[in-house]
Design a protein around this ligand. Structure first.
Ligand code: FES
Length: 103
């Protein structure tokens, strides 16, 4: 075997997660942030004070700019939470607690 030839590498089959009610594609091992970025979504939170859009800033779980609501749980860091099949991901407004029971 040629050591410079990759040995059957590649991600497993893609799956979908919901983002604000629409399906987006994700790959096994991707974070929610990576799946959103791959789908062209760059902002999924609004700030408490001014309602300004936010997405990934640090990408390593430090800044908390990427907060998102996942399966009804607000304040999940999209850059750290793995995308899982069928997850219900929603834009988070403010603290995320006001829209906890909205549908
Ligand atoms: S982008 Fe900074 S915590 Fe997620």
């Amino acid at each position: 075997m040629d050591p410079l030839t990759p040995a059957r590498t590649g991600p497993d089959a893609p799956f979908t997660v919901l983002f604000d009610g629409r399906e987006i594609r994700a790959l096994p091992g991707q974070s929610i942030a990576a799946a959103l970025w791959s789908s062209g979504v760059t902002a999924w939170r609004t700030t408490r004070g001014g309602g300004r859009p936010r997405g990934v800033f640090c990408g390593i779980g430090v800044c908390f700019d990427c907060l998102v609501t996942v399966d009804g749980r607000p304040n999940q860091r999209a850059c750290l939470v793995p995308a899982v099949r069928g997850a219900d991901v929603r834009t988070q407004r403010g603290t995320g607690h006001d829209d906890r029971h909205e549908d």
